[in-house]
Design a protein around this ligand. Structure first.
Ligand code: PHE
Length: 466
């Protein structure tokens, strides 16, 4: 089986795929809002430090574990001689599975909005909240219905993923990323130029470049840390899986630096698109993050902007590429696990998996608005009020599974498998790993302590990690 194992056909192929996984909705709709909250430049600085000192060592670790074992996330621990630690992989696979359930549906909404801005922009401008809720089956007169539109587009989105994944690592995933990622960069540049040339955009640009440490508190650090992990796709089986397709002659350190750099650059550019545009049109108070911001509040920005609906199409296309390349990586890591561990066929596994993800995700889509599912599932069982299903899924994955898997990977690399093995793996291509000592300290002490702190704090105080 090993001799047939898939590999990236080139260095660029891997970089684009890994960057494709990292660059996602997180960069474009969460990062700018967080940067705004954290005082602009001060947040950027903290974020950069976290990416360099925590994100990079963790990404390097996951890629090394994957390449050393040349197998999927659960099999990896057995292959390296530590079957008892397979639980780390299970958290990764389950996390990837549950994230895909909702991520793919949001991808479907994004796809819908590409068409919405192309054909129905005036309707959105008239009532952006109503338009959004209508898509989700909640109507202005208070009635609800099954959100067929949202479900249909989610199904199409997942089907697109399936078609690409079935074609395999090189023929499907790598090929798509070769088109998708340059397209994403092009769209980013177009939107950046549009945004910073708007009248009044200068104030937003200045905000991002100024340091307001008065807005920095402990939550800012947790917010930056959670954002960095989520954005870099750390703690989620993906980098181990993608690393396992990496050839031994590749320089893991350089690849890590390039992927982290690209992901961070996209997040920062997204900040320079969104914040100046919001400042210039609807006013600084309107900067937000998440789905409500991306689907509802931004309508005001496009309405005010010359050529707004065209840029609306560009913006949702950008989100679409970002979501697709991330979603592919999520599904691929589950598919790799199922096909390798159980010997299942790639095509059937992918199709069935996508179908199950679609069905579970449908509960998420339906629970967004006032569909009866909300409430029945998570409100008030035995007097305990649970968050609605959508919040629950995000809580489970972003706040528990990602940090647990990331913590597991650190402890595994730092104390069980030992940093020497990571270092040997990094040096496989023949060039020395100059920062080996720094890496050892970071992975053994700094990273686990930081993740543990965030995990505990996020549980006890409700600090959001995503
Ligand atoms: N990194 C992706 C983003 O920024 C999300 C993601 C998280 C993708 C975890 C895969 C795994 O949106």
């Amino acid at each position: 089986m090993e001799s047939k194992r898939a590999q990236w056909s080139s260095k660029l192929g891997f970089i684009l795929a890994a960057a494709g996984s990292a660059v996602g909705l997180g960069n474009i709709w969460k990062f700018p809002g967080r940067a705004y909250e954290g005082g602009g430049g001060s947040f950027l600085l903290i974020y950069l430090l976290i990416v360099i000192f925590l994100g990079m060592p963790l990404m390097l670790t996951e890629l090394s574990i994957g390449r050393a074992s040349q197998t999927n996330i659960v099999g990896t621990f057995k292959k390296l001689g530590y079957p008892r630690h397979s639980w780390i992989g299970w958290f990764g696979v389950l996390g990837a599975f549950f994230i895909t359930c909702y991520y793919s549906h949001v991808g479907g909404w994004v796809l819908r909005y590409v068409f919405s801005y192309a054909f129905e922009a005036p309707e959105i401008y008239q009532n952006s909240t109503g338009y959004f809720y209508n898509m989700l089956g909640y109507h202005a007169d208070g009635t609800t219905s099954i959100p067929w539109t949202a479900l249909f587009f989610a199904a199409v989105f997942l089907l697109l993923n399936a078609v690409i994944i079935i074609r395999g690592v090189e023929g499907g995933i790598e090929k798509f990323n070769r088109i998708g990622m340059p397209a994403l960069f092009l769209l980013l540049l177009i939107l950046l130029v549009r945004s910073v040339t708007l009248k009044g955009a200068g104030e937003g640009v200045r905000y991002l470049l100024s340091f307001d440490f008065g807005k920095v508190n402990i939550n800012t650090f947790f917010s930056a840390l959670g954002q960095a992990f989520y954005s870099l796709s750390i703690g989620m089986a993906i980098l181990i899986t993608y690393g396992s397709y990496l050839s031994k002659s590749e320089d893991i350190f350089k690849n890590t630096a390039v992927v982290c750099g690209m992901d961070t650059l996209v997040a920062i550019i997204a900040g320079f698109i969104i914040i100046p545009a919001v400042f210039a049109t609807v006013g600084s108070g309107e900067v937000g993050k998440g789905g409500g911001f991306a689907f509802v509040s931004l309508a005001g920005v496009f309405q005010e902007m010359p050529g707004g609906s065209l840029f609306g199409v560009f913006f949702y296309l950008l989100l679409l590429f970002a979501a697709l390349t991330s979603c592919i990586s999520l599904i691929e890591s589950v598919v790799a696990f199922l096909t390798e561990q159980f010997g299942w066929a790639r095509k059937q596994t992918t199709l069935i998996l996508c179908l199950i993800m679609f069905l579970i995700g449908s509960l998420y889509t339906c629970s967004q608005a006032a569909i009866p599912l909300k409430g029945i599932w998570f409100d008030g069982v035995h007097g305990i009020t649970f968050p609605p299903l959508c919040d629950f899924m995000e809580y489970l994955t972003d706040r528990l599974m990602i940090p647990l898997c990331a913590l597991g990977s650190c402890i595994f690399a730092g104390w069980i498998w030992k940093p020497e093995h990571v270092i040997t793996e990094v040096e496989q291509n023949g060039s020395p790993f100059r920062l080996a000592k720094v890496y050892t300290v970071l992975i053994r002490f700094v990273a686990p302590a930081a993740i543990l702190a965030i995990l505990i704090l996020s549980i006890v105080s409700g600090v959001t990690l995503s």
